[in-house]
Design a protein around this ligand. Structure first.
Ligand code: PGA
Length: 247
C-alpha cells in the first residue's frame, strides 16, 4: 500500500499570527490513513514542531546541501534535522526558475537530505512550451534521472515524488485527470525500469498545480496519484480540509 499524502506548501505567505492561526486549525483536522505535511516559511517551523500533534508533520521548503560554514542566509539539512524536521521540498519549480537550481545541485540536496534521514519531497514538472512541443515525458523523466537515479534502491525508496506541471502552478489551470494519470503512470514505470516494480509500486507520487477542493477528489481517484502538493488552496483551513477529505 502506498502512503496517501496531502502536503501544504505555504510558499512565502502569511505573517506569524496568520500562519499560527492556520496551523492550529489544520492541526485539529482528524483523518485516518492520510499523512498531512505542512511546509511553512522557515521561521515558523520550530514553533509549529513544538505545538504539532502526531498527526501532522512540519517540513521545510528548501535547504542548502552543505552542512555548515560561511553560507550567509542559508539553512542546512543538518540544522533542520536538529530541530526535528523530517521532510524537505527539493526542486520546486520556483526554486529552479528564480534561484537557478539545476538538476545537479538538486542531486546534492537529495544526498544531503538522505544523509540526515530527511525525506526529500522531490518536485518535477514541465513548462507549457515543453508540453506543447510534446517533450514533457522526456523532460520529467530526465529530471528524475539526473537528480535521483544515482541513489541506491534503499535510499530511493525513502523519497516522495511530486509531479507539478509548471503551467498549472498558481494559474488555476489544473492538469486534467488524464494528463495527471498519464504522467504519474510514466513516472512510475520509469522508476520501475530502474529500481524494479516493488519500489515503483510503493513510491508515493503527488500531484501539484492548482489542486483544490473542487478537483482533488477526481485527481486522487486516479490510480497513480497518491495525493497532492497544494499551494494556494492550503492557505485556507476549510479548503485544505476538503482536500484531505477528498481521500
Ligand atoms: P498551487 O501551487 O497549488 O498554488 O498551484 C502548488 C505548488 O507550487 O506546490
Amino acid at each position: 500500500m502506498r502512503k496517501k499524502i496531502v502536503a501544504g506548501n505555504w510558499k512565502m505567505n502569511l505573517n506569524w499570527d496568520e500562519a499560527n492561526a492556520l496551523f492550529q486549525e489544520i492541526a485539529a483536522i482528524k483523518k485516518e490513513g492520510v499523512e498531512v505535511l505542512i511546509f511553512p516559511s522557515t521561521p515558523y517551523i520550530q514553533p509549529f514542531i513544538d505545538t504539532a500533534n502526531r498527526t501532522i508533520s512540519v517540513g521545510a521548503q528548501n535547504a542548502y546541501a552543505k552542512d555548515s560554514g560561511a553560507y550567509t542566509g542559508e539553512t542546512s539539512f543538518q540544522q533542520l534535522k536538529s530541530i526535528g524536521v523530517n521532510h524537505v521540498i527539493i526542486g520546486h519549480s520556483e526554486r529552479r526558475a528564480y534561484f537557478n537550481e539545476t538538476n545537479v545541485q538538486l542531486r546534492e540536496k537529495v544526498d544531503a537530505a538522505l544523509m540526515h534521514s530527511i525525506t526529500p519531497v522531490f518536485c518535477c514538472g514541465e513548462s507549457l512550451d515543453i508540453r506543447e512541443a510534446g517533450n514533457e515525458k522526456h523532460f520529467v523523466t530526465n529530471q528524475l534521472k539526473e537528480s535521483l537515479f544515482h541513489l541506491s534502491a534503499e535510499d530511493f525508496s525513502k523519497c516522495i515524488i511530486a509531479y507539478e506541471p509548471i503551467w498549472a502552478i498558481g494559474t488555476g489551470k489544473t492538469a486534467t485527470n488524464e494528463q495527471a494519470e498519464e504522467m504519474h503512470q510514466t513516472i512510475r514505470s520509469f522508476i520501475g525500469d530502474h529500481y524494479g516494480e516493488p519500489i515503483a509500486n510503493s513510491t508515493s507520487i503527488l500531484y501539484g498545480g492548482s489542486c483544490n477542493e473542487n478537483n482533488a477528489k477526481e485527481l486522487f481517484s486516479c490510480y497513480n496519484v497518491d495525493g497532492g502538493l497544494v499551494g494556494g488552496a492550503s492557505l485556507k483551513a476549510s479548503s485544505f480540509k476538503s482536500i484531505i477529505d477528498a481521500f
